[in-house]
Design a protein around this ligand. Sequence first.
Ligand SMILES: C[S@@+](CC[C@H](N)C(=O)[O-])C[C@H]1O[C@@H](n2cnc3c(N)ncnc32)[C@H](O)[C@@H]1O
Length: 277
Amino acid sequence: MTGPDFEHFCQLIRARSGLVLTPEKAYLVNSRLGPVARAEGLAGVPELLARLRAGAPEPLIQRCVEAMATHESFFFRDGAPFEQLANRLLPELIEARRAVRTLRIWCAACSSGQEPYSVAMVLQEAGAQLGGWRLEIVATDMSEPILSKARSGLYSDFEVNRGLSEERLKRWFTREGGSWRIAPQLKQMVSFRTHNLLHGVGGLGMFDVIFCRNVLIYFDVAQKRTILAELARSLAPDGALFLGSAETVIGITDAFTLSPAARGLYLPSSARLARSA
Ligand SMILES: C[S@@+](CC[C@H](N)C(=O)[O-])C[C@H]1O[C@@H](n2cnc3c(N)ncnc32)[C@H](O)[C@@H]1O
């Protein structure tokens, strides 16, 4: 698939979500937009692309942007970031924030909520050390439908069987009909908000730890650089950033330095001399 309608669609998607589409990704456009075209009563994807270029209504544009997003996520994805949070960052931050007894963690591009709820489990499992602290997990995504699933706190058998130990499933979930409901004490720790990473970080405040995983991979270098600069501005000097296992800052920005102790863990470069790496 090529031509002006396809090119217009690539530009539209890049401007709305950051996703970089190339002609080799035409198969993806076809498979993701097929159901949208059918629901619109159109003959196929080429007709939908033509309609978008001719000036489609905003809800239809939104449905197409949403259809192109990949929402893959699971509990304790990759393991190591959550172990690093529990065993390295939390002890450091508990010491450093003893006076204010506040921790703020941001899960950017949180999808269906497994990542922020995994963070909430780690914080709860830290037990008495964090008793009486104000713990806030801000979880954002550009997609309202996926946030609505995250807010529901309901997961299928398939979803709880990806990444959760039996012990955690028993401790933090209850059976409800054919689904599993997350415990209220975890749910109340997470505030879900709509937020597009292309629109800056205004209004979200400062964070001690940021998870921004498995989303930068879809963007071009210029967009990654801009977003990483925004993340650096939102992170405490002694804070930490987690990226996905296929993501890096190397060749993109000097704002963060990879921690030699852990893959995927980045420290603000401004603070690297002041703390043990
Ligand atoms: C593959 S999921 C990653 C979920 C989770 N962080 C993880 O690693 O398991 C990517 C998410 O990024 C979101 N996303 C894509 N572009 C975005 C943007 N420009 N701003 C905010 N979220 C975006 C998608 O809606 C999707 O839910």
